[in-house]
Ligand binder design. Structure first.
Ligand SMILES: C[S@@+](CC[C@H](N)C(=O)[O-])C[C@H]1O[C@@H](n2cnc3c(N)ncnc32)[C@H](O)[C@@H]1O
Length: 425
């Protein structure tokens, strides 16, 4: 446990310094060649958990410190240990003892005693410490204040359940490749492999607990892919048919590209501005046995890469705040700044405007974000429709999207997404 506490403390510190969580963990593990798969998984769990509840843990810790703690590693080690004491199943005494040993390794004479005192005081005073922060929203929900305020203002009814949904452990959901199976028959294959799951619709299956993809029947042969249920709505809403010319702008890593190609024999151009991420699109399509023409370019500036032939369908899964998928990307809550939202909205406006003239008359463009903030969603589309007289918004197929103006609220079965289907008239 000591190794995973140490690694998690380092990872948490680096994320709070502004670095991306996946990159931090990948780099950290590259330098730890002798850790076991169990230690790796445990470090990852502790890092995710601590960041998920960071504001709450910090509020508890601050009450336990007599003076500000300037040592970053010990600070983050205490947060990780508090996370274990509050949320984890590990025994309290083991957590404290291992944290004290991890502190001792730093060779700072004061560190061992401080870690021991803080954690033991927490165990003694827990109820009182928790009562004292009961009225502190940031500590209660574990989100930045601006985020809480924005959601409360934009979703007067649902804001609390949305914040709570973002703090849940995400499920592992699969998209069944319709060229091989439907959800019901793949469910049988999962059961035969000893995996419990349930179907969400004709193509989506939610596993009872996450497993390595190597345990999924037919994974290497492309029979199933890991994809949140909410993300699976995209290919369905795009309304594709055989023979269509389709552009998946902002395609990487290719989750939705693969799904569209599973549903119809379309002529697909998959575009992204990130060459490294495009390699992952290529790998994903190879696993599925599907192909597309891959293009590196800027969706906001098509003159540099477009061949001049209009598309029947365009999927614009634009870069966004990712505020709808925080349960999977727990670092986002702490990396985003309030002013980033306007910057994303401007980037999205330019992409939407750049792509619109590539659409054939009568063709459809599906605008998608994994955000719940109105600036990137409803407000973006309302402004686009005002300035673009040949655009009209079509109703979404999915009932939940219809009743919620395209906004899919994050919940137990899916992340938060926004969908707007626009037709060129
Ligand atoms: C939300 S992700 C796309 C996820 C993808 N559609 C999927 O389902 O797997 C957004 C993507 O947009 C790309 N991107 C950002 N700005 C872009 C731009 N100006 N032109 C093209 N791609 C861009 C990013 O590299 C990123 O891969």
């Amino acid at each position: 446990m000591q190794v995973s506490q140490q690694l998690a403390a380092q990872a948490v510190g680096q994320v709070l310094d502004g670095r991306n969580l996946s990159v931090v963990l990948e780099t950290l593990f590259q330098h730890q060649r002798d850790i076991t798969p169990q230690q790796r998984a445990a470090s990852q769990d502790l890092t995710y958990g601590t960041l998920r509840f960071y504001a709450r843990l910090e509020a508890l810790l601050q009450q336990l410190l007599q003076k500000p703690l300037s040592d970053a590693f010990i600070h983050h080690l205490l947060l990780v240990s508090l996370y274990q004491l509050v949320y984890d199943r590990a025994g309290a005494h083991t957590v404290v003892n291992q944290a004290v040993l991890a502190a001792a390794k730093t060779r700072k004479t004061w560190a061992k005693g401080l870690v021991n005192a803080v954690l033991r005081n927490f165990l003694r005073q827990r109820a009182m410490l928790e009562r004292r922060i009961a009225d502190d929203e940031v500590a209660q929900y574990s989100y930045p204040q601006w985020w809480i305020n924005k959601l409360r203002q934009q979703y007067p009814v649902h804001w609390q359940s949305m914040l709570e949904a973002g703090n849940q452990h995400p499920p592992m959901t699969l998209r069944v490749n319709r060229r091989h199976d439907d959800a019901a028959s793949y469910l049988e294959r999962l059961r035969a492999a000893g995996l419990n799951a349930r179907t969400l619709d004709e193509q989506a299956v939610m596993l009872e607990s996450a497993v390595p993809v190597t345990r999924l029947p037919g994974f290497e042969a492309g029979h199933a892919s890991v994809q949140d249920w909410g993300a699976q709505f995209a290919a369905m809403e795009l309304d594709v048919a055989d023979g269509m010319r389709v552009l998946d702008a902002c395609c990487a890593p290719g989750g939705k590209t693969g799904h569209v190609l599973e549903l119809a024999d379309v002529r697909m151009t998959a575009m992204d501005n990130d060459a490294h991420r495009l390699l992952r699109v290529q790998q994903n399509l190879e696993r599925l046995g599907l192909s597309a023409s891959l293009v590196q370019g800027d969706a906001a500036n098509p003159d540099a890469w477009w061949d001049g032939m209009p598309y029947d369908r365009i999927l614009a899964d634009v870069p966004c705040s990712a505020s709808g998928i925080v349960r999977r990307h727990v670092d986002i809550k702490w990396l985003r700044r309030e002013q980033d939202i306007a910057a994303f909205a401007e980037q999205q406006r330019l992409i939407l405007q750049g792509l619109w003239r590539l659409l054939a008359k009568g063709g459809k463009l599906l605008y998608v974000t994994c955000s719940v903030f109105h600036e990137e969603n409803q407000q973006q589309i309302a402004r686009f429709l005002q300035t673009q007289p040949d655009a009209r918004q079509m109703p979404c197929k999915h009932g939940t999207l219809q009743s919620n103006q395209g906004q899919l609220l994050p919940g137990t079965e899916h992340d938060g997404f926004f969908y707007a289907l626009l037709q060129k008239v």
